[in-house]
Design a protein around this ligand. Structure first.
Ligand code: KG4
Ligand code: ZN
Length: 361
């Protein structure tokens, strides 16, 4: 089984070919990612119109490069999988229409993939992980804890009621005049800072439901920055360190609750696991905290390689393979309209404000 995947939901234009042969581990034959970061940097966040235009310009070449790298042609591909949501609708239209055109012209099935499902199933591509497991997705657009029970079978246990975690990092960076994208720069500045100098709130800490909230923390950062302005390098470092400590504390509390709930619901699961995905998973302090938490609670901690944690098309191609072999391919995928909002779990009640995209759209 070979599937071509296409990803265009935010600011990465990506294409990939993934193969699965009977009795063998899946193989990523190619994975090409073109990041638009430089085109958005001047604006301190992703600008939807610039993103859509950049996808139009880049996608054909990226698909061609992915096919060339993989050594297979369209005739060797069994299906085309494309991200159809959630994300910026301009980019989604470009990716899905391109996929539809390819699928129609080569006479192969089209599979419309939920971007979050791509993240959710990556650990089965990299680590052959068995269901059920927990996913912590922390990116610029999403902050969720999801129970992954099977292909197409997800339950959202927690989400943010306001900003995504990556967005909180990016906005903090912007307030402190650190370059975009903010996450890595906040982490770097925090290394030489005093995490005890500012006492920032730990939003939602202690609440029974493991949801997240970061906008109050962002407000506190703004107030602290205003109070000590003009900011020296040390002030910036101290604010970053204090911000990161608050994030780690609240994240640890939320994840701990989710691990406990998993234990309650799956007492017989012998190999419980927590998978992380999203750009924020690159943060060393957050990684170390999660690793420790998992070890303490008897969970395996699974962090796929960074290139597969952040947005890529291999996860979309893989989700296509998972759907194909589970017999979950919609016969009318050509009618699928891109969805800027598309919850993985259609059962859990929507939370007002969740998934709202700010600086990082
Ligand atoms: O998954 P991702 O690459 O893209 C999307 O959100 O689509 O995540 C990007 C986010 C940005 O908000 C970025 O600031 C954050 O991940 N990020 C980090 C770090 N590296 C990237 N946040 C905290 N610490 C980092 N080291
Ligand atoms: Zn993503």
């Amino acid at each position: 089984m070979r599937v071509l995947g296409i990803e265009t939901s935010c600011d990465e234009t990506a294409a990939s070919v993934v193969a699965l042969e009977p009795g063998q581990a899946p193989r990523i034959l190619s994975s090409t990612v073109f990041s638009q970061i430089e085109e958005h940097a001047a604006f301190g966040g992703v600008v939807p119109e610039i993103a859509a235009r950049a996808h139009v310009e880049a996608l054909d070449g990226i698909v061609e490069a992915a096919l060339e790298d993989s050594g297979v042609g369209f005739e060797d591909i069994d299906a085309i999988a494309a991200t159809a949501g959630p994300g910026l609708v301009g980019g989604l239209i470009v990716g899905l229409m391109t996929a539809k055109a390819i699928a129609a012209s080569v006479g192969k099935p089209l599979i419309a993939i939920n971007h979050l499902e791509g993240h959710a199933l990556t650990a089965r591509l990299t680590d052959n992980l068995a269901f059920p497991y927990l996913l912590l997705l922390v990116s610029g657009g999403h902050t969720q804890i999801v129970l992954v029970r099977g292909v197409g079978d997800y339950q959202r246990w927690a989400t943010t009621i306001d900003d995504a975690l990556g967005e909180a990092f990016d906005k903090t960076a912007k307030m402190l005049a650190l370059p975009y994208p903010g996450g890595p720069n906040v982490e770097k500045a925090a290394q030489s800072g005093d995490a005890t100098r500012f006492v920032f709130p730990r939003p939602m800490k202690g609440s029974a439901q493991p949801d997240f909230s970061f906008s109050g923390l962002k407000t506190s950062v703004r107030q602290a920055a205003t109070a000590v302005a003009p900011l020296s390098d040390q002030d910036v470092a101290d604010i970053c360190a204090s911000f990161q400590a608050a994030v780690a504390d609240t994240l640890g509390d939320r994840v701990k609750r989710a691990l406990a709930r998993f234990r309650d619901e799956f007492p017989d699961c012998e190999t419980p696991a927590l998978v992380v995905a999203g750009g924020v998973a690159a943060n060393k302090q957050i990684r170390a905290l999660l690793e420790k938490l998992c070890a303490k609670n008897g969970f395996a901690f699974i962090a796929p390689p960074m290139a597969l944690c952040t947005d890529n098309a291999a996860m979309i191609a893989w989700a296509g393979i998972e759907r194909l072999r589970a017999g979950l391919v919609e016969p009318d995928a050509f009618d699928f309209v891109p969805r800027s909002r598309w919850p993985l779990d259609s059962v859990s009640a929507p939370i007002v404000g969740s998934g709202r995209r700010g600086a990082k759209a």
